[in-house]
Design a protein around this ligand. Structure first.
Ligand code: ADP
Ligand code: MG
Length: 474
């Protein structure tokens, strides 16, 4: 297998850069609220290289229990993946950075201030700054146009984003980007921000999740700091506001945002908004805001088609240092169809499995690594459904699936159906044989091998199987 490569952003394999990477990943995977509540309060307490153990601390018993229950699997997975071998992970109570020490381990708090470990901002003097330095205002440098794979599904959205990144405030203002979860909205708007930042390092750019904006409004309200709040938001060059559906029903937030929006547009500052639906379909949002949202360019981002899913998987695997073959990428992309985040999750599972077991990435390995995911996806597919779908596709009778007839125009679809039964259901070879008119399991095995082998070099057959599968899954 290929060597473990350290993600580009990290230059050495150490617990701190692991912690950085883990926080970065979770910040993307969780909602800002979840991240703030559960992950941000955690600290890296110690790391013992000899024991290969890592201790994470939580500030109170409640957070400790909850974190253990909810996030320990994910931390475990990330640690194994990052260090390239199994790590013993422990959670401890860590009140004010004080915690029982693991013997022989370096206490990181001795060398590093807790806020550095966490990457949270220093408590600073001016309150105006308080609006600026929230964690989530930072652009994620990994989310760029270069790392964004293009296909039919996101072509328009990407083209519009590039246009806006080159001419902010000039062409499409606001730009309203909508689409389902995990399709790349957040990625694209970070890409715009990163691009502008590179071209104009002094530009005042703010990325904010709508939930965070809501809490900023609340805070400004509590601190009677609306003037400063306004001054800050109204002075930006680029405001990227993500998942604006979270404004639903929050009228004070909407009002503040309306003023910010008007001010920014009259300053020729660019506003970019994302949402899960298009403006007119948004519930609980003021009409005047909706009409503003719709006054620039509204563009959709669609679920990725098969080829794009394959390309994304291959690109991501390569950037993780473990390239996967097109076969494996097709296998995964075929089974996981809804969104890119889900694809990334699957790929993470496969790569962790491969790093852990030291195997090559083959379809079989992928199937084992994704067992849980695939069984959910395939739960509704039965051998009977497969027989019917295959018979329909090749225009033969379903009864031919169980019959003893052997002309090629019948035998071959039957073999394809056996192959698909093996691939898409949990049935054993003898069980499948039984369902195909009481055939021997060796007959099934022969069919599975033959079709599997042919499919790997016969594009036409591969396509046919794919089409049948799509009808089964739809
Ligand atoms: P959304 O904001 O629409 O829910 P995200 O932008 O968070 O989706 O995307 C989910 C994950 O998938 C992110 O890790 C993102 O980098 C990745 N992703 C989405 N679309 C693409 C793409 N076209 N190319 C590469 N990665 C993508
Ligand atoms: Mg998003």
């Amino acid at each position: 297998m290929s060597n473990l490569q350290i993600p580009a952003a990290l230059n050495e394999l150490n617990p701190l850069s692991f912690w950085d990477a883990a926080l970065g990943t979770l910040a993307r995977e969780l909602s800002p609220q979840q991240f703030k509540t559960w992950i941000q309060p955690l600290s890296l307490v110690s790391y013992d290289e000899g024991e290969q153990s890592l201790v994470l601390g939580a500030p109170n018993r409640f957070k400790l229990d909850w974190t253990k229950k909810t996030f320990s699997d994910r931390f475990q997975e990330m640690a194994n993946q990052y260090f390239g071998h199994p790590i013993t992970l422990n959670f401890v109570l860590n009140v004010d950075g004080v915690s029982p020490q693991t013997q022989g381990a370096t206490a990181l708090s001795d060398v590093i201030e807790p806020h550095e470990v966490l990457g949270t901002p220093d408590t600073t003097s001016t309150e105006e700054q308080a609006f600026e330095i929230e964690d989530h205002s930072k652009l994620n440098p990994n989310l760029t146009f270069e790392t964004f794979v293009t296909g039919k599904a996101n072509q328009l959205a990407r083209a519009a984003s590039i246009q806006v990144a080159h001419n902010p405030g000039a062409s499409y203002n606001p730009m309203f980007l909508y689409g389902g979860v995990g399709l790349g909205k957040t990625h694209l708007i970070h890409a715009i921000g990163n691009h502008l930042l590179k071209e104009k390092p002094n530009a005042r750019i703010r990325y904010i999740h709508a939930e965070q904006y809501v809490s900023d409004v609340v805070r400004a309200y509590q601190q009677k700091a609306f003037d400063r709040f306004k001054r800050y938001y109204h002075s930006l060059d680029l405001l990227l506001i993500d998942d604006i559906q979270f404004f639903s029903g929050k009228s004070r937030t909407q009002e503040e945002f309306f003023y910010a929006f008007e001010a920014l547009l009259s300053n020729k500052a660019q506003v970019i908004i994302t949402s899960d639906t298009y403006p007119k379909e948004m519930a609980g949002i003021d009409d005047r805001l909706i009409s503003r949202f719709d006054s620039g360019l509204t563009v959709a981002i669609e679920p990725p088609e098969l080829e794009m899913r394959v390309a994304i998987l291959m690109k991501k695997a390569l950037s993780e240092g473990i390239p996967i073959s097109e076969d494996v990428a097709f296998f995964v992309a075929k089974h996981l169809r809804s969104n890119v985040r889900e694809l990334e999750g699957a790929l993470r599972k496969i790569l962790a499995f491969v790093r852990f077991h030291g195997k090559e990435v083959t379809i079989d390995v992928a199937r084992v690594a994704l067992k849980d995911l695939l069984s959910i996806q395939n739960r509704q597919i039965s051998v009977e459904n497969i027989q019917k779908a295959v018979a329909d596709f090749y225009s033969i009778k379903v009864a031919d699936m169980y019959s003893k007839k052997r002309p090629a125009n019948i035998a071959r679809p039957r073999q394809i159906a056996m192959f698909m039964a093996k691939e898409l259901t949990q049935k054993s070879l003898p069980e499948i044989g039984e369902l195909f008119g009481g055939r021997d399991h060796t007959t099934v095995l022969h069919a599975v091998r033959k079709i599997g082998e042919e499919r790997s070099h016969d594009g036409q057959l591969n396509h046919e199987i794919h089409v049948i599968e799509q009808t089964l899954k739809s």
